[in-house]
Unconditional design. Sequence first.
Length: 299
Amino acid sequence: MTDALIQGILLGGYYALIAAGLSFMFSVMRIINLAHGSLAVFAAYALFVLADSFGISPFLGLLIVVPLMALVGWALQRFILERATRAGPLVPILATFGLSIVIDNLLFEQFGANTRSLANYIGDLSYDSWQLTDDIAVGKLAVLIFATAVALLAGIQLFLSFTPLGRAIRATSEDSDTAGLVGIDARRANAVAAAIAMASVALAGAALGTRATFDAYAGAPQLLFAFEAAVIGGTGSVWGTLFGGILLALGQSFGAQIAPQGFLLGGHVVFFIVLFARLFVPGSALRRQVLAALGRQPA
């Protein structure tokens, strides 16, 4: 039981890491990026190419891939999402869905159906662990991923709270029109937010590639985990993302203790319990958002 608890918490760090960019982009631009998982896989493949073809460690490769993904995020906002949002709230969702299909098929065409992994390029870290007791061992890579998630979320929180650009992004997320009246460039704020979100996706791709295998169509499961963690923790909440990731992973971990097939089912059960609670409990933020979208007043 203790081992399941520890492993669930550490796995929650990965889910928080992959959910951070999705939650951040939604909180600022109110856009659900359905290409999020595919972009994480794209980052993992970029690190794989650097390691396999040029002998660059995945950790050093992040010095290249993180700025690359930030540039992708900036371009995604400027040339796709900004234009799509003008046509209504549904169009950005369709645009990112189409983008995910394009990315998946391009990766399949380039790399085929074979699975890949970055574990071979990080040495003993991929399997080494600390033995806490005779029955409990903690993987060093899992601890590193968890620490990276905490550091990323803390960095985002500090950036939003104590920098002029961070405060501009917060103001834009609240009301872009009013922010423009006080001299804030909403286009710039949204582009920077998208760049930050995609930079975090690069870290998620590195975590995905080092802790597990991936293929061209691995983006959909990662999007599902990110979405569930973000909803459980509360979309737009920085530290809620970490809480949501841990709660999702604990559901999976304890579900696997009940039955081998209960790993994914346990996480889905936790997600639906939290989702229905947020929808039907009076006063919840999600309930207010859904009722507003339906043109109804909260009870």
